[in-house]
Design a protein. Structure first.
Length: 532
């Protein structure tokens, strides 16, 4: 039995899914909230939120993600970064999953990935959990009701947390599996209730498909000046660098907080919502994001709460430090109505340097921008993971290696070409430590970071006096109004200058060792940038 609006749209039966129980097509938010509560998947929270737990999987399972190795994709996949699955194993997995699905209740959401109609992907997401349907309805973009009547998916994602994969039968690693088959235009997810797998599977699809169209997929946030989409800025950054916080500037219009494309027409958000970390979230520091945690249908994932009052505990990470909330973009008051912007005027690459070496801001040449984009540097600090007792470098190419099916140079070259064509100015911003490494120095003052970003975005920083950094060769401003001059020279902030020099040499060597994997595939000027 099918419930919901389908009309002329393709049904699951037309896609080979037979014998299913009740199938709910394109239920809206109140119906999905009701279903998740009725089915015992969630608890109703303050303001009409739903409180959910994802069980043992509280984050993505990158080691359980596979790309089906077919002849059409074989030459294009970065196999060192993407585990292969044989086509015959995928076929068995699909047959077994379909058999598992027979007689069960499912929720279908037909959605768009991409705010630009010229480059969007029509995605059908089939979920076993009602709250997963609500989650992806927030995170992707909702077609108009009449558009659903003729919806035919480009790709279909099937997510069955109750299905357990068999490594021997399915050619995978464990009971958890995420299998992408670009030829069959299907993604199968089993053995994990973590909703982020749905979101990042779509991002992986776009990262494979869009470069062929000359569109640069970006793991970044983006905003633009009020009334002036031409003045667009994008913020690349790994987790913990401030990507969401710094782009959520009340003085600018938010295009999106995580995934965007850069086409011949400008910047566009892939998504229709946000998936924000909530650990240590406060009304004082991030009032708009905090407010979403008490708004109707926001999905509150893996947070500890008071059993009687349902008050959320933003500091208790006993379930996971990766606690999150998912909500539609229009819950943020300064969000763009169109989710479209111009060609980026400024590109900001965020890093959290726990070694205390990098300056709070530096201007990059196009070659240096490609170097730091391919490097994707940030750092772990003591206490974030078991066994981490001192800062450890983390290099995630293109600021999103787990979601990159193609070789890094594909994305790096696309970025470089677009920077050259549209004249974007590139900045490296360190939101990490100053005055010493983690444990000795202090965190970069957020007020200084905001002042530097404001100066970069309004163009005044370009007029400042710059010096060349002795370690990395990029330009660093000597003085900026509202920012202590000593902060702009990291070496001066250390009490022991010799210790700074030792630490800086060590970090440069870490960068060089990581970048060695790319040197055979890049131009001479980028190799020169790697030498500082």
């Amino acid at each position: 039995m099918s419930i919901g609006r389908v009309n002329q749209a393709q049904r699951l039966e037309d896609q080979g899914f037979s014998g299913l129980g009740t199938v709910h097509y394109n239920l809206i938010e109140p119906a999905l909230v009701e279903a998740s509560l009725t089915r015992g998947e969630s608890r109703l929270g303050q303001g009409g939120t739903i409180l959910v737990s994802t069980g043992k999987h509280t984050g993505r399972s990158p080691k359980d993600k596979f790309v089906v190795r077919t002849p059409s994709v074989e030459p294009h996949i970065w196999w060192e970064n993407n585990a292969p699955m044989a086509p015959e194993h995928f076929d068995v997995l699909e047959a077994d999953m379909r058999a598992h699905m027979e007689g069960r209740e499912y929720f279908v959401q037909d959605l768009y990935a991409g705010a630009d109609p010229a480059h969007r992907l029509d995605v059908r997401v089939v979920t076993e959990l009602a709250w997963h349907a609500l989650f992806i309805r927030h995170l992707l973009r909702r077609p108009a009701r009449d558009e659903l009547d003729r919806f035919t998916p480009d790709f279909t994602i099937v997510n069955c947390p109750s299905f357990k994969a068999d490594p021997a039968r399915h050619g995978c690693r464990s009971e958890t599996v995420i299998a992408l088959n670009f030829d069959k235009k299907k993604i199968l997810i089993g053995g994990s209730a973590y909703a982020g797998e749905n979101k990042k599977s779509v991002f992986t699809l776009l990262n494979y498909l869009l470069p062929e169209k000359g569109v640069m997929p970006m793991h970044c946030s983006a905003n633009h000046a009020p009334g002036n989409p031409v003045d667009t800025a994008v913020f690349f950054g790994l987790s913990g660098t401030g990507k969401t916080t710094l782009s959520a500037d009340p003085g600018r219009v938010l295009i999106g907080d995580d995934e965007h494309g850069w086409s011949e027409r400008g910047t566009f958000n892939f998504e229709g919502g946000c998936y924000a970390k909530t650990i240590s979230l406060s009304a004082e520091a991030e009032p708009e994001i905090y407010a979403t945690t008490q708004k109707f249908a926001t999905v509150i994932e893996n947070m500890v709460y008071d059993e009687d009052t349902l008050a959320l505990d933003f500091e208790d990470d006993s379930l996971t430090a990766n606690m999150r909330c998912a909500y539609p973009l229009d819950y943020i008051s300064n969000a763009s109505d169109t989710a479209l912007g111009g060609h980026p005027k400024n590109i900001i690459m965020l890093t959290c340097d726990a070694f205390g070496v990098l300056p709070p801001i530096a201007r990059l040449t196009p070659a240096q921008a490609m170097y730091h984009f391919l490097s994707g540097f940030t750092s772990k600090v003591a206490g974030t993971e078991r066994g981490v007792t001192e800062p450890e470098p983390t290099f995630s190419t293109c600021f999103g290696a787990p979601f990159m099916p193609r070789r890094p140079e594909v994305y790096g070259n696309l970025l470089r070409e677009k920077i050259a064509k549209h004249g974007a100015t590139c900045w490296l911003v360190n939101t990490g430590w100053t005055g010493g490494a983690y444990g000795e120095g202090s965190r970069m003052p957020i007020r200084a970071t905001r002042a530097l970003l404001s100066a970069a975005l309004d163009g005044s920083l370009a007029e400042a006096e710059f010096r060349k950094d002795a370690n990395f060769g990029f330009d660093v401003p000597v003085s900026v109004p509202g920012v202590a001059a000593i902060l702009l020279d990291p070496r001066r902030t250390w009490n022991d200058h010799a210790a700074y020099d030792t630490q800086a040499k060590k970090l440069v060597e870490m960068f060089a060792a990581n970048f060695a994997q790319y040197t055979a595939h890049i131009d001479e000027d980028v190799r020169a940038a790697a030498l500082g």
